[in-house]
Write a protein that binds this ligand. Structure first.
Ligand code: NOJ
Length: 591
């Protein structure tokens, strides 16, 4: 591959990903080439021109490795092969070449905190207490004084994300293994240097194959606080506790990530290409302070993190999928806090959607379908005009919505199914539990990509593994491709804006009107260029009391999701977003 972007001397100051937009593909739901109802790599390959026409710089592909698919591929049984359902290694080579030919990069999704229970490492580890790989996973005896398998005998009281206990008894040796996620996803023991060495070798093997970086799954969970201890009891009275404090950003996390960077990333091509790779760590519960340390180029750990603060604001902390009302003031304050916190060093990733989150337009946009398109464009405007690297989740660029699940049987996701069973068995009204799934289930994001108005939205000629959203005849890529007013065309303009204007990528950020519950407004400044972003997140007109509004009204209107306003006021129409530019602004006084 030839990288036409110059490798800068100060790679972190101008690294490509600082002005990039990344597109996430969930391969299972993107495009199916062979009619088995499951998306695959040849399907993705057939859609590369679509991605190129969007203008994105890199594509992050969720796991396609060999896997029993207990968690749709986040349970890996062979890191160095492709699951037959998705294709072959030759398809990955073709994907790398196809992306590079079109000037895009490939970011692999690597799951380093756990493997599948079908991984040969785990098969070996569980075979006996004396196995040379016994210590590659977390094995513990039953709690003192209790026979293995008896109630409460688990080594700690932690609840798993996808099943009641985070511990599973293995009858063969009478010990328990730790699985923070499903019983089929045993946690690797990063305290063992052989484990880390094997993972680093695997990552280098992929770089040798030509990939351009990694999205690291729940990477802030790899360092556990020793000894493993009970956590505070969780609500629900079922005896489970919250192990969070024992595995989120544990004591060796910075050391591990620095080591990974040194062993895998540093000096990869020896020709100044260092800094052309991208690493993004998925980090549930990460604090801003820790994120600053993780992403400060001086610490050489990861380039950016996926933090969760803003996507937790509308979630009831005591109930994974239950809702609490979201205030616009909280959402914009949260993003602004991260803008400020990572301004001096470090870097933000910017996202509203991914394969674990409900559809952004259903969650943050208007409930009135008349404003679906306007709100999809507004949300994109606001997000992409923040400082950081924006991520577009497949279908977001079409304004795809949540799925109208009519019954819990339509949900395939392991987390959602577990949630529903637990809620109903603990006495919750099934209708209420179903309402939570409709709002929050990860399957909202996983219904097939809507390509056109033909059967199954052009995703497959077979039966799709998850139903296609019935709104596909109206919302699909073909209908939007040549329509200059479509959400898709708007995304193209927005992505081009970031490439064209250095202020979008690098400018300082200042939040305006923090107390306004309808208007989201901020400025960006770089040198003598200043942008004003102003958006109305409500179903009716709303006035924005922008400081210096007369001056701004005379500025150049760079981008908007509505025709230009008829007058010079800042009364915005329902779900209207505008981006203004002032050039040649006097520099603010120094000091
Ligand atoms: C985070 C991934 O995004 C999610 O899809 C997965 O279920 C868990 N990690 C476990 O790997």
């Amino acid at each position: 591959m030839t990288d036409d972007r110059p490798a800068p001397a100060d790679s972190h100051g101008t690294a490509w990903w600082r002005r990039a937009v990344v597109y996430q593909v969930y391969p299972r739901s993107f495009a199916d080439s062979n009619g088995d109802g499951i998306g695959d790599l040849p399907g993705l390959l057939s859609r590369l021109d679509y991605l190129a026409s969007l203008g994105v710089d890199a594509v992050w592909v969720s796991p396609f490795y060999r896997s029993p698919q207990d968690d749709n591929g986040y349970d890996i049984s062979d890191y160095q092969d492709v699951d037959p359902v998705f294709g072959t290694l030759a398809d990955v080579d073709a994907l790398i070449a196809g992306l590079h030919d079109r000037g895009m990069k490939l970011i692999l999704d690597v799951v380093l905190n756990h493997t599948s229970d079908a991984h040969p490492w785990f098969t070996e580890s569980r075979s006996s207490k004396d196995s040379p790989k016994r210590d590659w996973y977390w094995w513990r005896p039953a709690r003192d004084g209790l026979p293995p398998g008896s109630p409460g005998a688990e080594p700690t009281n932690w609840r798993s994300f996808f099943s009641p206990s985070a511990w599973q008894l293995d009858e063969a040796t009478g010990e328990y293994y730790l699985h923070l996620f499903s019983v089929r996803q045993p946690d690797l023991n990063w305290e063992n240097p052989e484990v880390r060495g094997a993972l680093y070798a695997m990552l280098r093997w992929w770089l040798d194959r030509g990939v351009d970086g990694f999205r690291m799954d729940v990477i802030n969970m790899v360092s556990k606080r020793l000894p493993l201890r009970d956590g505070p009891p969780l609500p629900g009275g079922d005896g489970y506790g919250d192990g969070w404090a024992s595995f989120i950003s544990g004591p060796r996390i910075h050391e591990f990530l620095r080591e990974l960077h040194a062993e895998v990333i540093t000096g990869r091509d020896g020709t100044g290409r260092d800094g052309t790779l991208l690493t993004v760590g998925e980090m549930p519960g990460v604090s801003l302070q820790d994120a600053a340390a993780f992403t400060d180029p001086a610490s050489a750990e990861v380039d950016m993190v996926f933090q969760f603060e803003h996507v937790e604001l509308d979630r009831d902390p005591s109930d994974r999928l239950a809702a609490r009302p979201l205030k616009l003031t909280s959402l914009k304050a949260s993003l602004a806090r991260w803008q400020a916190g990572l301004a001096a060093a470090g870097w933000n990733s910017l996202y509203f959607g991914n394969h674990d989150q409900p559809r952004a337009v259903s969650r943050y946009g208007s409930a009135d379908p008349a404003y679906r398109e306007a709100s999809a464009k507004l949300l994109a405007t606001v997000l992409h005009l923040h400082r950081g690297t924006p991520y577009v989740y497949q279908g977001e660029e079409l304004g795809m919505t949540n799925y109208p699940f009519a019954s819990a049987d339509e949900v395939a996701d392991i987390e959602s199914r577990h949630y529903y069973q637990q809620a109903v068995s603990s006495g919750q009204d099934p209708a209420q539990a179903l309402a939570a799934l409709r709002r929050r289930s990860r399957d909202n994001a996983r219904t097939p990509m809507q390509w056109d108005a033909s059967p199954h939205a052009g995703f497959t000629t077979g039966t799709p593994w998850l139903p296609v959203n019935p709104n596909y005849t109206g919302i699909n890529a073909a209908a939007q491709a040549d329509d200059p007013d479509s959400v898709l065309s708007y995304y193209r303009r927005l992505i081009a804006l970031r490439h064209d204007l250095p202020v979008v990528a690098a400018g300082d950020f200042t939040l305006l009107l923090p107390g306004d519950e309808r208007i989201w407004a901020f400025t960006r400044r770089l040198g003598t260029t200043e942008l004003l972003v102003v958006a109305n997140l409500s179903d009716g007109p709303a006035g924005a009391a922008i400081p210096g509004s007369g001056d701004w009204a005379a500025a150049e209107l760079l981008l908007s999701n509505y025709p230009p306003p008829a007058d010079a006021t800042f009364v915005l129409r329902a779900w209207e977003a505008r981006v203004y530019r002032h050039s040649g602004r006097a520099q603010p006084p120094v000091g």
